[in-house]
Write a protein that binds this ligand. Structure first.
Ligand SMILES: C[S@@+](CC[C@H](N)C(=O)[O-])C[C@H]1O[C@@H](n2cnc3c(N)ncnc32)[C@H](O)[C@@H]1O
Length: 336
């Protein structure tokens, strides 16, 4: 992975106006970010594990920027409308004459953002390094197109009346794996339930609609924006919303857990996240509790499931996905 901070250091050496000692804004501050050269910045980040990392490094974090600054850095995301929305937010958060810096890897589309912005603004400096680019400009007149970019970040309605937002998992459509899980989910669900990695609430809404024996449902989701969409989509009073890293979530004695666990945070598959979700689900369930999950078929979760549950039952399999039911969670003292 290219080191994104090298570009920031080079740009500061090249003479970007000095950031204020306190309160420079970083939009999408990275979880491998080293922002000491920016003094004591305010880091905008919506993904909870990244936020936890930034807090542990001593940085102030926020999910919604409400202050103004003379300096704003945008770290581009993988999603174009989300990045454009962040650029517009950053521009609006700058004082007149403030400096906007945009940084990112080629794989995240920095070239295209550079092209777009240089048609609208005078770019004052650009440095290409480490498979990416950093460029900067001074805030002046505000182009109208920024309103469109901001609007591109707002929740929009998709199929079945769901609201989703740019950048969240499966933003434009219902995920096929989750739909398969719903098709095969037992209709005996009830009691205390949780949806780990609940996203914008597709599984949770369906569960509450069909499960009148469900007493409560905890939606645990690390993406602040996705969870906000879930609040719009799941209005049943039995639902509770937790902006948490599922791996750190404190909950016990659940009767049912459903999940379509994440398997990557970057572009490559990282099945260890899914394995951590399985271990966590096992520790959260009551002795007679059950886990219902869907996963991409090629992801080898079976050894982990067998390590954490006495009974593991394949429910169905398609060319792409598999649905699995696991019950009788092993106690930590049982052999794994
Ligand atoms: C495959 S998606 C499933 C989303 C939703 N359940 C659905 O069916 O549409 C996995 C979700 O897990 C979330 N996620 C990723 N890492 C997480 C973590 N450490 N803790 C909680 N949620 C996480 C992602 O943001 C994403 O929304």
């Amino acid at each position: 992975m290219a080191n994104p901070n090298i570009r920031l250091s080079l740009a500061l050496d090249a003479g970007i106006p000095t950031p204020p000692a306190k309160g420079a804004l970083i939009f999408n501050a990275l979880d491998d970010g080293e922002y000491a050269p920016l003094g004591a910045p305010i880091c905008m980040q919506w993904f909870k594990p990244a936020c936890d990392y930034l807090n542990a490094m001593g940085y102030e974090t926020t999910q919604e920027v409400t202050t103004k600054s003379d300096f704003a850095l945008v770290e581009v995301t993988r999603f174009k409308p989300q990045t454009l929305g962040l650029i517009a937010q950053a521009y609006d958060a700058l004082n007149d004459g403030g400096t906007l810096v945009v940084n990112g890897d080629k794989t995240n589309g920095i070239e295209s953002h550079h092209k777009t912005l240089r048609k609208l603004f005078e770019i004052e400096g650009v440095i290409s390094k480490a498979h990416g680019k950093i460029f900067w400009l001074t805030k002046g007149a505000r182009p109208d197109v920024l309103d469109q970019w901001l609007a591109g970040m707002a929740p929009v309605e998709i199929e079945q009346g769901f609201q989703t937002q740019a950048g969240v998992f499966s933003a434009g459509h219902v995920d096929k794996g989750s739909a398969l899980l719903l098709e095969h989910l037992t209709n005996r669900m009830g009691g205390k339930c949780a949806d780990l990695g609940a996203g914008w609430g597709y599984l949770s809404r369906a569960l509450l609609e069909r499960g009148d024996k469900v007493k409560s449902l905890d939606l645990v989701e690390a993406d602040y924006n996705a969870l906000n969409c879930a609040r719009l989509n799941v209005t049943d009073p039995r639902a509770n919303f937790h902006w948490e890293d599922a791996a750190a979530f404190k909950g016990a004695n659940y009767d049912f857990i459903i999940m379509n666990p994440p398997f990557h945070q970057t572009r490559k598959a990282e099945p260890d996240i899914g394995k951590a979700f399985i271990a966590k689900a096992s520790s959260m369930l009551a002795p007679k509790g059950q886990l219902w999950m869907v996963a991409n078929r090629q992801l080898a979760y079976e050894d982990t499931l067998n390590a954490y549950f006495v009974q593991v039952t394949p429910v169905t399999e398609t060319t792409q996905f598999k649905v699995i039911n696991a019950s009788r969670p092993k106690k930590p003292t049982q052999k794994r």
